[in-house]
Design a binder for this molecule. Structure first.
Ligand SMILES: [Zn+2]
Length: 298
């Protein structure tokens, strides 16, 4: 979400050049798919490297400004998961209430506005979204949506809360984007962020098959590297909980189909209408819901 380029061969979190290859390049000069209708094509990635200095992992990109592709994303599959999104949002808002009960909120990467639809009962909400198609849907739902990059938000805008759910792993220059966010958050304000933890035991167990390792994800944080990128721009780590991923057994089974060992169980759920529609909440290892507070008093 930036027009500034990631310096080649340098960690985008700490600037170190001490890197090692984690996973080989299987995308070449192709672009990854930018939607969520999973296929084997989604599992192809650019070379993933790990920083020996700060533990952050990231992709070596063959070209700059891949983010511009998000402007033209149309993702019907995303719409079909609205119910799961709303249920998840309710759990997330419950968690947020424990830290900050009210205020003005900006949801970065708000898609069609499912999170905003729930959060508006507690907060004054706005969204930021690159996709014209998603923005239009969110605007029709009555939300204030900024269809632009973080660098294009007027500097006088200030928020009590910024949320990034499943977004930071897509940033080409995460440290610069988080610095931009820090300028938008009032002193004493909060950032809530959901992303994967590449150091979690589940990520280590699954290796390249960990679901975060897919073409459109280019940053793979650990709790250490996430804390670092926020601390560097004046945030204090407050908590790191497990993200309350809420979904129907049907769509969970569709995702599980990628793992051969889970296929018989997945098929069982997909074939049974009652089981398929059953909603469950998973708090999986490695799904971080991290909370940061901007230093200072509001
Ligand atoms: Zn680093």
């Amino acid at each position: 979400m930036t027009d500034r380029k990631q310096p080649a061969g340098q960690c985008p979190v700490c600037g170190s050049k001490d890197l090692r290859t984690l996973y080989d390049d299987t995308l070449g000069n192709d672009l990854p798919p930018f939607d969520y209708a999973f296929s084997p094509e989604h599992m192809r990635t650019y070379e993933v490297v790990r920083c020996n200095t700060c533990s952050h992992a990231f992709c070596i990109l063959p070209a700059d400004d891949i983010w511009k592709n998000y402007q033209s994303v149309v993702d019907a599959e995303y719409l079909s998961r609205e119910e799961a999104h709303l249920l998840t949002a309710e759990k997330v808002v419950e968690t947020m209430q424990r830290y900050i009960p009210s205020g003005i909120l900006l949801d970065v990467g708000c898609a069609t506005g499912d999170f905003l639809a729930v959060a508006k009962s507690r907060y004054a909400v706005e969204g930021l979204e690159l996709s014209q198609w998603s923005s239009d849907i969110a605007k029709k739902r009555g939300f204030t949506i900024h269809t632009c990059t973080l660098s294009e938000i007027p500097p006088e805008k200030k928020y009590d809360i910024v949320t990034l759910f499943g977004v930071i792993e897509h940033f080409e220059s995460p440290a610069q984007e988080i610095a931009r966010i820090s300028r938008l958050v009032r002193p004493g304000g909060y950032v809530f962020i959901w992303t994967g933890d590449i150091d979690s035991w589940l990520a280590r167990l699954l290796g390249r098959k960990w679901w975060y390792i897919q073409g459109q994800h280019i940053q793979f944080f650990s709790r250490t590297s996430l804390d670092r990128v926020f601390s560097d721009v004046g945030f204090v780590p407050v908590a790191c909980e497990r993200y309350p991923f809420t979904t129907s057994l049907g769509s969970l089974s569709k995702s599980a189909f990628r793992y051969r060992i889970l296929r018989p169980v997945a098929r069982l759920f997909l074939d049974n209408r009652i089981a398929r529609n059953r909603v469950i909440t998973l708090r999986l290892p490695g799904e971080m819901l991290a909370v940061y507070r901007r230093a200072g008093h509001s």
